[in-house]
Design a protein around this ligand. Structure first.
Ligand code: MG
Length: 176
């Protein structure tokens, strides 16, 4: 008999660039730069989508929301999550819980974790108790090496990469 308990994992990284609002965890966080992307760049919601899609064995965001499809250009990432939740329900599952860790050097995300949690729970149509959003600062030598390596990368991306000092990364485990 197949178990009805599923666990998925999602991960995403977007670059921080000037001239865009910072959309993260379904809300706007005041900051001088925002996340690059063909949508609003909200990597927290993207990782959530990938975790949910992985848990139901339906690939990832690239399969369901291809960037070449103009339908998804500039959309709020909560639309991706809404559609993903629809797929989860269609597959016969309900959310057990969702645990999110944001990794970033800046800005300080602590004041925004609770609004993110509430917003994500609202999109998922579950009690906020089932959603957890945590944040860690990324000041390790490993992340510095990562930044330095990108600065040395050849090609036209070089100038842009120097401006990147902030790497949001997420891991999400969804349990059904
Ligand atoms: Mg993404």
């Amino acid at each position: 008999r197949m178990t009805r308990l599923r666990v998925g994992h999602g991960f995403d990284v977007h670059r921080l660039v000037a001239g865009r609002p910072l959309k993260l965890g379904g809300i706007e966080v005041p900051h001088s730069r925002g996340l690059e992307g063909h949508s609003d760049g909200d990597c927290a919601l993207h990782a959530a989508c990938d975790a949910l899609l992985g848990a139901i064995g339906q690939g990832d965001m690239g399969r369901h929301f291809p960037s070449r499809d103009p339908r998804w250009h500039g959309v709020a990432s909560r639309e991706f999550l809404e559609e993903t939740v629809r797929l989860v329900r269609e597959a016969g599952f309900t959310l057990g819980n969702l645990d999110i860790t944001l990794i970033a050097q800046e800005p300080v995300l602590a004041p925004y974790l609770e609004p993110m949690r509430t917003t994500i729970a609202e999109v998922l149509e579950v009690e906020p108790e089932l959603v957890s959003v945590k944040a860690k600062r990324a000041r390790s030598s490993a992340s510095n090496r990562c930044v330095h390596r990108r600065e040395k990368a050849p090609g036209p991306a070089k100038g842009k990469a120097v401006a990147m000092s902030w790497n949001p990364m997420l891991t999400i485990w969804g349990k059904f």
